[in-house]
Design a binder for this molecule. Structure first.
Ligand code: FMN
Length: 388
């Protein structure tokens, strides 16, 4: 059977959107989303961990009304899953971050805008009506970081997700193999250009219609950027490996809103975060397996993290969430809510805003079924009892 014949006529799951995205995107961009660090062991294990956890079927418990909503930071989310920050989403679909933010807002979950978005904060603000979250990488140029925080605050962003697992950049071998950020021979460059040129739908939508080479929030930092490589050079120079917990005072002093620390896997680090800044939330995350390969799957790390923070902060999990069943499993293991990364990125690449909306609806339906057949009707009732 050919690849074309296997494509779904009507995508049902995240895996289907992934296949559609693979067909639509230039290889460099698909692999940028789909890939992880080194041998991609952690990337695979994040997903596999959900397969290892089994649900526990229960019957005859009156599940005629199942409510998938959850209250997080005083807001009602339709399902306990926000859109994680995904850098360069505007390369996947025309003005991708605005499309994603709109889908999240209309559905009823938060959207997180990455520091390294294609659409700047102000454009996402203009395209939405409710506050969204902003994600920050702390960069050496604190003046620039402060400016970003001011812009996010002025745009009404309600939550700052501070990403702390990028002291140095993990090597992503697919990107190297595909020539991203690497000096290529003229022949190799021609091959890359040919691959971009033959993705006609992407070419018209993004390359011609989407101004994908203006690096949103970093336009003034990365002047005259011509592609990913220029940005990569900048980020390598600007990551701050010298950062410690003490530097978080600087964040508190410059950010008046809610603070979520993203990228903690170790219970001692979680306790250190609590004593350093008492964040409103912590995201148990390994950056979707894109940083240090061979670290634990986030679902495996979650129970010890919950034990470490008790009920003192809101605990999020990301990494490997591909369905509503996964969200239920994460909550059963101790998460208050989840963030989803690749799931929305594939959907955006394949079908734009409508794809993300459909994915969120599917996750809600999957949660309803998982909750009904494990015998719970409210997300606050999801405990270890729903696991086999
Ligand atoms: C293509 C891509 C780009 C990402 N960019 C960022 C980013 O800019 N900032 C950040 O904090 N995390 C970033 N992440 C990590 C996600 O926020 C999230 O932690 C991860 O995707 C969760 O795993 P999942 O993709 O399996 O859901 C990125 C992930 C992907 C796949």
């Amino acid at each position: 059977m050919t690849q074309r014949a296997r494509l779904p006529l009507s995508p049902a799951s995240v895996a289907d959107y992934r296949r559609l995205a693979e067909r639509r995107l230039p290889r460099q961009l698909f692999d940028y989303v789909d890939g992880g660090a080194y041998e991609e062991r952690t990337l695979a294990d994040n997903v596999a961990a959900f397969g290892r956890v089994k649900l526990h079927q229960r019957i005859l418990r009156d599940v005629s009304t199942v409510d998938t909503s959850a209250t997080i930071f005083g807001e009602t989310w339709k399902i306990p899953a926000a859109l994680a920050p995904v850098g360069f989403a505007g390369m996947l679909a025309k003005r991708g971050e605005v499309q994603a933010a709109r889908a999240a807002e209309a559905f009823g979950v938060p959207f997180t805008l990455s520091t390294v978005s294609i659409c700047p904060i102000e454009e996402v603000r203009a395209g939405t009506t409710k506050p969204f979250w902003f994600q920050l990488y702390v960069i050496r140029d604190r003046g620039y970081a402060r400016e970003l925080l001011k812009r996010a605050h002025a745009a009404g962003c309600s939550v700052l997700a501070l990403t702390v697992d990028l002291a140095v950049l993990g090597a992503r071998y697919r990107d190297v193999r595909n020539g991203m950020g690497v000096a290529l021979s003229p022949m190799a460059r021609a091959k890359v250009a040919f691959d971009y040129a033959r993705r006609v739908d992407w070419l018209f939508d993004v390359a011609l219609g989407g101004r994908p080479l203006a690096f949103g929030n970093l336009v003034d930092a990365v002047k005259d950027a011509k592609g990913f490589s220029d940005f990569q050079v900048w980020i390598n120079k600007n990551l701050d490996p010298g950062m410690t917990w003490k530097d978080l005072d600087w964040i508190r002093a410059n950010w008046p809103g809610k603070l979520v620390i993203k990228g903690i896997l170790d219970p001692q680090d979680a306790r250190a975060a609590m004593s350093a800044v008492a964040p409103d939330g912590i995201v148990v995350s390994n950056h979707g397996g894109r940083q240090l390969d061979s670290v634990s799957a986030t679902l495996d790390a979650l129970p010890a993290m919950r034990e470490a923070v008790g009920g003192k902060t809101t605990l999020f999990l990301d990494g490997g969430i591909r369905s509503g069943l996964d969200i239920v499993k994460a909550m059963a293991q101790g998460a208050d809510a989840c963030l989803i990364g690749r799931a929305w990125a594939y959907a955006l690449a394949a079908r734009g805003q409508a794809g993300i909306t459909a994915t969120l609806r599917t996750m809600k339906r999957e949660m309803e079924v998982a909750m009904a057949l494990t015998g719970v009707i409210k997300t606050s009732d999801i405990t270890r009892d729903v696991l086999a």
